[in-house]
Design a protein around this ligand. Structure first.
Ligand code: FE2
Length: 376
């Protein structure tokens, strides 16, 4: 069963929370930023809004900024063989380097995190250009992933950050992606508690929900998951750890290919999932599928919903009911060469959870894909 907000009361003595106003951006280190940019622009409908590279005086990297609604993705590629970016891609394949957090005081957030034991990745840097002043600072989290604190309160919305130049004329119109809902990390066996403690002790976050092997298991694989969140709920960071099953769990498959803990999926919220997913299908984005029997059982499982079940079945959208409402969700196939990162599209209609009722159908779908890859 879901243990909602179980530890909220017990956490009264916990450290004061680092004040975070939500996700800022996520930065991917990729092998070819130009081509990845084309994929997110045409495939997911992101506008290309910013650029840095040789033309802006950067000799070591190329970055494209993509935006849709409040979702900002930065795609960064290396210009030299010996750069950290090239090393990251060599080891992990394309993947998420930074989970950015919007803060009002990046220095304070950084210094608080460091004082509580976080490892520094980049000290606070204040840069001023024609668009204003921005302060950023970064700390390590699981694997080679980092959190970047971004204070853009004195910086214009017309540019992503100092060093970048705004790009005009590369708008797409989008598919209705509105905001990052949550970002999930996969961590190694027996390291879950370590990272739960890290988010508790360093950030002052709490365990919002957790799922154990009884909630999340199929014939073959199992996992345990704890959702770390801030009090406002603007940051939700679920952490998954592989649990012992008969065969290799999907988390273990990820770890075997990413070669470290890292970001498993980014969930993006939409206000009209049927429209969004319909458009993504048309653009060639591939999703996990569930058997027809899932939809036959749906009315009994979730009761009355606003959407037409046939339409959901056609697109492969999943539904889960909770006490306060329901949610609709769907998962892409991995979006990199290695079976690592994927995206979730989610629409919440009163529900605050993560689709526990869909875990079984979903994991069976993932296992069919794993078997196709020869990894089950
Ligand atoms: Fe999710």
């Amino acid at each position: 069963m879901v243990k909602e907000i179980v530890e909220r009361q017990a956490e009264k003595s916990a450290v004061e929370e680092i004040r975070v106003d939500g996700f800022d951006h996520t930065e991917f280190y990729v092998g070819n930023a130009l081509q990845a940019c084309y994929y997110y622009h045409h495939g997911f409908g992101f506008d290309i809004v910013g650029y840095k590279g040789l033309e802006t005086g950067h000799r070591d990297r190329v970055s494209y900024v993509l935006q849709q609604g409040n979702v900002k993705i930065v795609l960064t590629g290396a210009l030299n063989a010996d750069s950290d970016i090239a090393e990251h891609v060599h080891r992990h394949g394309d993947g998420v380097k930074t989970i950015g957090m919007k803060v009002r005081d990046a220095r304070l957030a950084y210094e608080t995190a460091i004082a509580r034991g976080a490892k520094s990745f980049a000290e606070p840097t204040e840069v001023t250009d024609d668009y204003g002043t921005m302060v950023t600072a970064s700390v390590h989290t699981y694997g080679d992933t980092i959190h970047t604190f971004v204070d853009r309160s004195n910086y214009s919305k017309d540019n992503f950050a100092p060093g970048f130049k705004p790009i005009q004329g590369k708008a797409d119109g989008g598919v209705g992606l509105a905001a990052i809902d949550h970002v999930v990390g996969n961590v190694e066996v027996d390291r879950m508690e370590h990272w739960v403690d890290f988010y508790k002790k360093v950030f002052g976050f709490y365990v919002y929900q957790y799922f154990d092997a009884n909630d999340i298991s199929t014939k073959y694989s199992a996992l345990v998951s704890k959702v770390m969140a801030n009090r406002t709920g603007s940051i939700k960071l679920p952490l998954n750890e592989p649990a012992v099953g008969i065969r290799k769990s999907q988390i273990q498959e990820y770890l075997d290919y990413y070669l470290a803990p890292g970001v498993q999926h980014i969930a993006i919220a939409t206000r009209d999932i049927i429209k969004t997913v319909g458009a993504l299908h048309e653009r060639g984005i591939e999703f996990l599928t569930v058997p027809r029997s899932y939809y036959d059982a749906l009315p009994e499982r979730v009761g009355e919903i606003d959407e037409d079940i046939e339409e959901l079945a056609k697109l492969g959208i999943l539904v889960d009911r909770e006490s306060e409402g329901y949610l609709l969700q769907i998962f892409t196939k991995p979006v990199e060469d290695r079976p690592t990162l994927f995206f979730e599209i989610i629409q919440r209609k009163g529900a605050h959870g993560f689709g526990k009722g869909n875990f079984k159908a979903l994991f069976e779908s993932i296992e069919r894909e794993q078997a196709n890859r020869g990894n089950l």
